[in-house]
Every structure is written in C-alpha cells, then in structure tokens.
Design a protein around this ligand. Structure first.
Ligand SMILES: *Cc1c(COP(=O)(O)O)cnc(C)c1O
Length: 394
C-alpha cells in the first residue's frame, strides 16, 4: 500500500530542485524559483484523474476541511458519514462547526445508500462517503441519492487515489473529492492532501480558503486582498516535490498491487467459510487491501489468533481498532474536545454514546483485511499464501 516502499532517486531529484533555489513556498519567490512543484503536482493530478481542478493542501484532513468550507458546509449543518473510516472524517466536520451523523455501511464496507433515509433530517446538508481500503463505495447510487434530495456530495477518497468506478476516477463524482498523501498512503509527500473538483467556483473558494483567503489572481505576493476568511492549509514545495515524483509512479504501484492481490486471493479458493468484500466495480479497485468476511465475530477472532501463530503479518482486524471504527471513538462519547467551535457543535450533536449501528458492527466484527506491500518478493508472496492456508486448516 504505502508509497514510502517505492522511494528513491526520483523523489531525491525533485527535492534537490527545490533545495537548489531555496524557494520553499508555492506562492511568491518568482525571482528565484526554477519550478513550481505544487502547481506541477496539481496539473499531473488533473491529468491522471481527468478532472478540471486540483488544489494541494497540507494534509487530507485539511483537504476535507477546505472542501466542506468551499461547499458552504458549516455551523449546525448535519453531515452523513459512515462509521468505518479514519477519525479525520468526523474531525474535519466538527471543526467546521458541523455535526457528523453516522449511517450504516454494507458489504462494500462503505456507506449504504439505502441507510441514509433513516438518519436524514431537515438539517442534513451533505453526505461524505469514504472509499475505504482502496476501493469504491456505491458512488453512482450515492450521487443519484444526493441529487434527488438536494444534498452536497463530498468524497473522502483519501485511501483510494487512482481508484475508478466504471472508468471514472473516484473523487470526481461529488462536488469535491479529497485525497491524503500522508506518510502511509499510496502516494506520499510526508504530509499533504488535495481537493479536486470540476467546479471553477468551488475550486477558487478552496484555493483562497487554504491560504488565508488570499486572492491569487494578483501575482504580487503580499499585495493580495482577502476576499474571504481563510486559514493556512498550504503545502510546502518540499512536500509537493516528493508527491510529484510519487504520483508519476501511481499506475505502476496499482498494477503491482493488483498482481499481488490476485495471488493472495487464490489462497482462499477452497475455503468455503470466506466471502469477499463486495466491490461495485472490481476493475477499479486499487488493490491496496484484500478484505474478506468470516461467518462470525468468534471465528474472526480465532483466525486473527491463528494468523499470529503461523507468523502471518500485514493484516488488519478493524473492529477493536480505535483509529478506524466508531465503536472505540470514546472522545466523541465523552465530549472531550478542547476547541470552542467543536464544543459548540457538540451541543447539537446526538449522544454518540447511545448510537447503535448493529449492521456495521456485524460487518466490521467479521472483517479482516490483508494489507498489500509493494516490496514483497514472489517468494514472500507464496509464503503468505501457504501461511493463510495453514491458518485456516489449523
Ligand atoms: C488518511 C485519511 C484521512 C486524513 O488524511 P491526513 O493526510 O492523515 O490528514 C482522511 N480520511 C481517511 C479515510 C484517511 O484514511
């Protein structure tokens, strides 16, 4: 999965370009810069994803916050999200003063379009589905639903850069799509993120918002007006340089992941108790993970123990994990937030300690994901296949 595994001279050359001049910022420095890595990264992202506009941010979390702001989602607005995601999805919503509302997932491990009705209220403003673990949600159905109900669709595609649904890039279905390039994502810059959109208006708002509201049509850095209130979610040229080199490797990374995915999947051929995560368009899966269901939570816990016994690593059992599943997000349940805006929003939030998501609990408690690494040799992969088979026979 992570781009740090394929790291080397390409990244070094791009960073050296920046170090040669000392133009570390993406704005200004026009008299000394020989390149604008952030701009180049954005152009390359637009080209690869076939989208009009991209804007780099300092993180995926910053990208989500920027997208919410640029779509006018803020104080008091309810935003529907899945309970299986990374904490950043709800953080970005709360810190805009908005209210995260959970709706159930299904066997795609992503938001179930049919589960939204149950939590819809007159205050619902947006839906933020998360394309989890490298593959897509039912984005066509979610788009159709949002259009019908007049809701804003923002895609959290932080884990699924390069994923497609029916030939169209994830992140391009909603008003805006968000990506993360943090240190463990498929393409990494160290820290970084991006928003993409086909709306010129939203792009300009995002571009201003992430740089204190500065109007970038004025080329004279330091003399720009502040059209809107913004904040600093800028990326630095050093980070953008790394990401640019990484992004050029993306299609090769995905191709390699797909090869490994296919071999690993063969290990499960004669194991009838396994069912795989439903992928709405398998051709568009980036194959960063291979996710499957056991028949029961007990059996999942048992298999996790057997994986440890046979020495199999690089897998995730998400249910007890406090980064990715709602059940362990105790800070949401105890209202322990130091920030005033989020605290204000909390007054209008449901009591998260009382929320029950039995369908999501059922799926996640039975899910194990194998995380695929780019650096595995053929021998290591075959070794893994043997270990998986042994674990299931034990
Ligand atoms: C990584 C991630 C984010 C946040 O990205 P950062 O760059 O780490 O801030 C948001 N959502 C999901 C689903 C993620 O996996």
């Amino acid at each position: 999965m992570p781009g740090y595994e394929w790291f080397g001279d390409e990244e070094r050359r791009e960073i050296q370009d920046v170090l040669d001049t000392g133009a570390l910022g993406r704005y200004g420095f026009d008299n000394i810069r020989k390149d604008n890595k952030a701009k180049k990264f954005e152009e390359e992202l637009c080209r690869q994803l076939n989208v009009e506009y991209a804007h780099l941010c300092s993180s995926g979390t910053a990208a989500l916050s920027t997208a919410l702001a640029a779509c006018g989602v803020g104080a008091g607005d309810e935003v529907i999200i899945p309970p299986f995601t990374f904490v950043a999805t709800f953080e970005s919503i709360l810190f805009q003063g908005a209210i995260p509302i959970f709706a159930e997932i299904d066997d795609t491990l992503c938001l179930n379009p049919k589960a939204i009705d149950a939590v819809l209220t007159p205050r619902t403003k947006a839906v933020v589905p998360v394309h989890m673990c490298g593959a897509m949600s039912q984005i066509d159905k979610l788009k159709e639903y949002c259009a019908r109900k007049g809701l804003i669709l923002i895609e959290d595609a932080c884990q699924s850069l390069g994923g497609m649904f029916q030939g169209k890039a994830l992140g391009t279905f909603g008003e805006m799509g968000c990506f993360s390039f943090d240190s463990v994502k498929t393409v990494t810059c160290g820290e970084g993120g991006a928003i993409i959109t086909n709306s010129r208006e939203r792009y300009i708002l995002a571009d201003k918002y992430a740089d204190h509201g500065h109007d970038h049509t004025n080329p004279d850095r330091g003399k720009e007006d502040h059209d809107i209130l913004g904040i600093n979610y800028r990326i630095s040229e050093l980070n953008a340089a790394v990401g640019l080199a990484q992004l050029r490797k993306l299609s090769n990374m995905i191709a390699r992941q797909r090869e490994i995915h296919q071999v690993l999947q063969s290990a499960f051929k004669n194991i009838p108790e396994i069912t795989f995560r439903r992928i709405p368009d398998p051709n568009g899966d980036t194959c960063t993970f291979l996710s499957f269901f056991l028949p029961s939570e007990e059996r999942a816990i048992d298999i996790v123990a057997k994986f440890a016994e046979v020495g199999l690593d690089s897998w995730m059992y998400w249910y007890p994990n406090n980064w990715h599943y709602f059940k362990q997000w105790n800070h949401l349940k105890t209202l322990s937030v130091p920030a005033p805006i989020a605290t204000m929003a909390f007054k209008y939030c449901p009591d998260y300690s009382k929320i029950e998501l039995p369908v999501s609990d059922d799926y996640i408690s039975r899910t194990i994901s194998l995380a695929i690494r780019l650096t595995w040799s053929e021998e290591e992969i075959n070794n893994r296949v043997q270990k998986i088979k042994t674990a299931f026979l034990k």
